[in-house]
Design a binder for this molecule. Structure first.
Ligand code: NAD
Ligand code: TYD
Length: 364
């Protein structure tokens, strides 16, 4: 087992990263180290998601650094300042629709940013003598299942499925993944990687399907379903993703990669119907009225039909399994959005309104 002491989390103010930091500091007794959260606070980053963590652990076990992962001098200085021995790289531009309307930021952050972190780690972790690296270091990269492309009705993504990215988002993530594995292979940098299916849970930015639909239901707005609504995604509660990441970081051999999934496939329209039931019950809405708000809109360009992950390798080799089923996870998620109206209001700035108009205005 690796002991990971001074952990640089990139993108820790985003959805999965903030849940990861909370998971490590609140629910992981075998982690006793320090966390440095490097985040550029783009539209998707929100320091308020960790305000309570900051007041409880700030200055002792939790440190926030506002900055860009592409800034080499800053990244290098953080390795020195905090004696970083572990990187968990979540930071990314992460939304497919935004990548279609503006791909450049995706190449910068997901490709150049990943390269910058890898190269800074390579320099910082070199052994003083010989060409090797310190034994106590690890670069863990957070990947997506979308790099594998789109499935037909049958089959699953395994770790050996050839890459076939089909959106600017997944192509830029694929490039980042390749750099990580190349740094492991060429230089011997200790790297691990996970590729996960669609996450849901607290603090997800409401441009993604589940929080967007929850908030639109609460406001009596249309529920925009792309295309025929029969695209399929495999959904996993965010805390289960993070427990899998931590398991890999602690137990996996260097150079290994693992798929993570929920074994929980849903057609979008069926998921929406299920979610309507949960939201209507918790918020006391008229379910028939909410149902009548479903609106089919113009499809996403190049919309991948089906994602489904085979996660038998991590289950078999590292004994990980998910602990939250979909009904429980959705119920927790809806309850969180109902209870955290201040968080919701704080992120729905002018920028968010402009995005909604740009993305959905074009689909009418
Ligand atoms: P997110 O968009 O909610 O958060 C991304 C975070 O990265 C934000 O806090 C943002 O401010 C920060 N960031 C963006 N560019 C940056 C830069 N140049 N420098 C520093 N910080 C920057 O994303 P998420 O949903 O939390 O996803 C996190 C990671 O998990 C990503 O790598 C994504 O590809 C991967 N992933 C996500 C899902 C999912 O369903 N959300 C599934 C599988 C994998
Ligand atoms: P999303 O949450 O954007 O995740 P991803 O595209 O990375 O899987 O979308 C999930 C699915 O929901 C995807 O098939 C697109 C669809 N979708 C809609 O039908 N309507 C929407 O408004 C959004 C945002 C997504």
């Amino acid at each position: 087992m690796r002991s990971l002491k001074n952990v640089l989390v990139t993108g820790g103010a985003g959805f999965i990263g903030c849940n990861f930091i909370r998971f490590l500091l609140e629910k992981t007794p075998d982690f006793t180290g320090r966390i440095v959260n490097l985040d550029a606070l783009t539209y998707a980053g929100n320091a308020a998601s960790l305000a309570d963590i900051d007041s409880r652990f700030g200055g002792r076990r939790y440190f926030f650094e506002h900055g860009d992962i592409c800034d080499r001098a800053l990244v290098e200085s953080l390795f020195v300042k905090y004696g970083i021995d572990t990187v968990v790289h979540f930071a990314a531009e992460s939304h497919v629709d935004r990548s279609i309307l503006g791909p450049e930021a995706f190449v910068k952050t997901n490709v150049v940013g990943t390269f910058t972190l890898l190269d800074a780690a390579r320099a910082a972790w070199k052994e003083d003598s010989g060409g090797g690296f310190r034994q106590d270091v690890l670069f863990h990269h957070i990947g997506t299942d979308e790099v594998y492309g789109s499935l037909g009705e049958a089959g699953f993504f395994t770790e050996s499925t050839p890459y076939d990215p089909r959106s600017p988002y997944s192509a830029s993530k694929a490039a980042g993944d390749h750099l990580v594995m190349a740094y492991g292979h060429t230089y011997g940098l200790p790297v691990t990687m996970t590729n996960c299916s669609n996450n849901y849970g607290p603090c997800q930015f409401p441009e993604k399907l589940i929080p967007l639909m929850i908030l639109n239901m609460l406001e009596g707005k249309p529920l925009p379903v792309y295309g025929d609504g029969k695209n399929i995604r495999d959904w996993l509660f965010v805390e289960d993703h993070n427990s899998a990441v931590w398991t890999v970081m602690r137990k996996s051999a260097s150079g290994e990669r693992y798929n993570i999934g929920g074994e929980n496939e849903w057609e979008n329209i069926r998921l929406l119907e299920f979610l309507i039931g949960v939201v209507s019950e918790q918020a006391g809405l008229d379910i028939e009225k909410v149902r009548s708000s479903i609106t089919y809109v113009k499809d996403r360009l190049g919309h991948d039909r089906r994602y489904a992950v085979d996660c038998s390798k991590i289950k078999r080799e590292l004994c990980w399994k998910r602990s939250v089923d979909f009904a429980e996870g959705l119920s927790k998620t809806v309850a969180w959005y109902l209870a955290n109206t201040q968080w919701v209001d704080s992120i729905r700035s002018g920028e968010y309104q402009r995005w909604v108009e740009k993305n959905y205005g074009e689909r009418r």
